[in-house]
Write a protein that binds this ligand. Sequence first.
Ligand code: SMO
Length: 703
Amino acid sequence: MPSRPTYIGRPQQDRRADSALKGKRTYVADVALPDGLDIAFVRSPVAFGSITELDISEALGIDGVVAAHTGADVAALGKLSVNPVIEILASMPYPILAQGEVQAVGQPVAAVLASGASQALDGCESIVLDIDDSGQPPVPKTVAKQVWSTGDATGVFADADIIVECQLQHPRLAPSPMEPRGIAVRYEPETGCVTIWHSTQTPHRTRTELASILSISPERIRVIADCVGGAFGMKASLYPEEVFTVWAAFEHKRSTRWIASRSEDFLSATHGRGVASFGRLALSKDGDFLALEANTQAPVGRWLPNSGLITAWNAARVLPSGYLVPTVEIETQAIAQNLGPTGIYRGAGRPEANCLMERLVDKAARALEVDPLELRQRNLIPTSALPMATATGNLLDSGDYAHALELLREHGDYDAALRTREARRADGVLAGVGVAFYLEPSGNGWETADVTMHVDGKVEVASGSSSQGHGRETALAQIAADVLGMELANIDVRCGDTATCPAGIGALASRSTAIGGSAVMRACEEARMRQDAGEALPITASCRYENDGQAWGYGCYMITLEIDRDTGVITLGRSTCVDDAGRIINPAQVHGQIRGGFAQGVGEALMEQVVYDEDGQLLTGSFMDYTMPRAADIPALGIHTTETPSPLNALGAKGVGEAGTIGAPPAILNAVLDALSPLGIEDMDMPLTPSKLWHAIAAAEQE
Ligand code: SMO
């Protein structure tokens, strides 16, 4: 790290914000493809069954339609890969188009290529599809499982003074980036190569997977992920529709495009959360945590489970969060069912784990009649014990967890908030105060950077990491400018293009600054050293940086709120966030991440839920049925940060991209149940909608 940085640690405006705000950027749907074909898909209308009839002949007669395809045409292609985080049955099929059977409503069954999107849709309308779904629906099935265990949990629970337990069903969520999925393929007839604009977080992975599925050389594929209008984990997977679009370009030697509608994203893009969890915490009468038992069940689709396994893994391995719990028995399962696919969604299991733990701690505080903030401070792992190996196979790197809560007490005026709550309660108002601590595993894996110092004083940085619209380029430029001792304006940063950037993982899992930034830092250090040693410009230095272990961001959130007894409507009051993201490169972007994540946390806690009926039909297929938070729903936020550098990457940075979505839901849930505690209500599942609250309040007041 430069000892006196000029840019690192100072807020810098996202260098691409201006053009984005003025609508001057090119998203995938804006890419011009002269003579390109638009693609539309026929999707399964039922959740399971065998295809008995599929007739595409009429589609071929429709004006503008060039071709139509069914599963048979792509049967020889490779399968979509599965993210192998936990044990999985490799035999689950993930076909590009259904092969005789369907596994979910919305699964692509046939495709039409036409000169125009509406003609392609007309073609789809004319296809005859019949599916026999008269048999018994398949039962949910455990396809992956992992267990961690230390000590004798049964014995500890048998002897414990106090035991609290909690059952939580997390809402299933639709990630909903501003830009739906999209892919545009420009076919170059002279070379037989393609240039692909893909709305993705992982452009290099798109290239390698396509090459492997289509059995062609990666040399023939260039992937560009320039403007990605948000992704949130939903665009970290390659989708069958996207593979088909690229296959069709090679097959027909034409440019092709598929742009998902919002409803297609609800139907067939990966959902997040949906985890069911159960936990028990054993405590001594003095309030020491003794043992945790937890069981989490994460849903995956029978069709395309892909990154859903990460959720199952994180929902358990983040337990028991930042607390000292000597004995644990933790199990996680991924359960396949005939619903839409699931995957990582901003937080990806971390909110689930933290919600379970934070509910247990609040319940324990109530049982012990001690202050919930104090009970947390007493049981958090002390700084002197870090780094510490956890029962779930992690290494917690660094932090001062209890100090974060101390700051929360100060900045959130905790004691005053409790006094206000008591006064409001005395007036008969349902008022609550909730706090939650969280851990955010981040900063994983490797990334690359190429740095070139030119004769004219300009510097080019090419990163293997990418941006999903969150301004990664700005942070990387700040790092390069400081290490090279140059003006920020002279640093050009490129990412998201497999032809001009070195290979990398991309933008996911809160790791692109910590690891991508460390690669930039090391490459710049080498370039500067060679320049200082007398080497003439231009100088190019490259780095493949791999971390020494995962960084663990952490923090704590405090919410005050009131619930209207007559309507069940919640009004969020002052909310306070204390987050530790390790070394902060760009405070403006850190605050932006916390604010945006918090907004999505409010959506999860209060509004959002994907709903299926008992036949697996999606009931929430548009924003008319699926409630998203709006600006006016987000309370005033006090955002505070601390900086405890991680010893496990060169920058010392930790991730903060998911902080808000992890910290806000448990704090809101705790505040709501605190507000309802005078009525004796102890449990409730998110989303905490007015209707749900109104019914619960009415039922409690009846008694
Ligand atoms: S859920 Mo994230 O984009 O790893």
